[in-house]
Design a binder for this molecule. Structure first.
Ligand code: ADP
Ligand code: MG
Length: 280
């Protein structure tokens, strides 16, 4: 069957202006191949600066790529589009719109007939437990509530792909767990294909069907770990702790040596660890 998302030979280099007429090339992503079947929840983990956000921005169509092919439902992906919902860490809500209008923003852009807006708004407000906040403006909401709105807004597009970049990274631990539970719940209801970036191995173990591990610069996929645990997951169960520890070990081996120049030989061969499916 056709994968929902297919990425082949993806590369991204940034030309960084260093001043005095000098530029430096930063290879952020190097030869990434990845296929995601419809409905899968994939988490991408890796050390800071390994290219996770860059990968997501490319998939969102917000960064051009240097090389490679990306297909969504078999169709080449070019530029941003309303077939992808994006949730960032920094609560990118429209401050001048209330909760309901934030949620309906993309729906309006998409040209969904006005007669359907009320039902859509109500559906996603309920799904993200935002009842009573329809007319509230973002500045009056807590961080957790803002992210609930951001998720509702992304889902209201009925996207083919949900892209999330450390969406809970700025939340306190308790709010974060509540949002993680809510997201699993919503994913089980909607069965959207999700790519969720995090540097938190516990979060990845809790959420994902499959975890993709990226190496430090240039970012490559060095391992993938299927999480076979039933949901909702118990973070204290031995199986959970075991996978969490394995993932932490995989990230440890991916940290760059101090001052290592981009493209140095050592940056390429990540250790996939025992029992892991290697992604060369
Ligand atoms: N707009 C940009 N211009 C130049 N370099 C960038 C840009 N965005 C990211 N980078 C560089 O690309 C690498 C990957 O960054 P990023 O994707 O943000 O990593 P992560 O999200 O995994 O922390 C880093 O070295 C970063 O400095
Ligand atoms: Mg990032």
């Amino acid at each position: 069957m056709l994968p929902k998302l297919s990425i082949r030979g993806l590369e991204k280099a940034f030309e960084v202006n260093e001043g005095f007429g000098r530029t430096r090339t930063v290879r952020a992503i190097d030869r990434v191949d990845l296929e995601i079947p419809d409905g899968e929840f994939v988490c991408v983990i890796g050390p800071s600066g390994c290219g996770k956000s860059t990968l997501l921005m490319i998939l969102a169509g917000l960064y051009p790529r240097t090389a490679g092919e990306i297909a969504l439902d078999g169709k080449p992906l070019a530029g941003p589009g309303l077939n992808r919902g994006v949730v960032f860490q920094d609560f990118a809500l429209f401050p001048w719109l209330n909760v309901r209008s934030n949620i309906l923003y993309g729906v309006r852009q998409k040209g969904v007939p006005a007669g359907k807006h009320e039902a859509i708004a109500r559906h996603y407000i309920e799904m993200m437990s935002l009842q009573g906040f329809e007319r509230t403006y973002p500045y009056r909401l807590s961080g957790g509530m803002k992210q609930r709105v951001a998720i509702a807004r992304a889902l209201a597009l009925d996207p083919e792909l949900l892209l999330m970049d450390e969406p809970f990274g700025a939340l306190d631990a308790q709010t974060r767990s509540a949002l993680q539970r809510a997201l699993v719940d919503v994913w089980e209801k909607t069965r959207k294909t999700v790519m969720f970036v995090t540097h938190d191995v516990r979060e990845a173990t809790y959420l994902a069907d499959r975890v993709i591990v990226m190496s430090a610069r240039p970012g490559r996929i060095t391992a993938e770990v299927p999480i076979g645990l039933p949901r909702p997951r118990d973070i204290l169960s031995p199986g959970f702790v075991e996978i969490e520890r394995r993932l932490a070990g995989l990230i440890e081996t991916q940290r760059p040596a101090p001052q290592e120049p981009a493209g140095a030989p050592g940056a390429r061969d990540g250790n996939p660890g025992q029992g892991m499916a290697s992604h060369q």
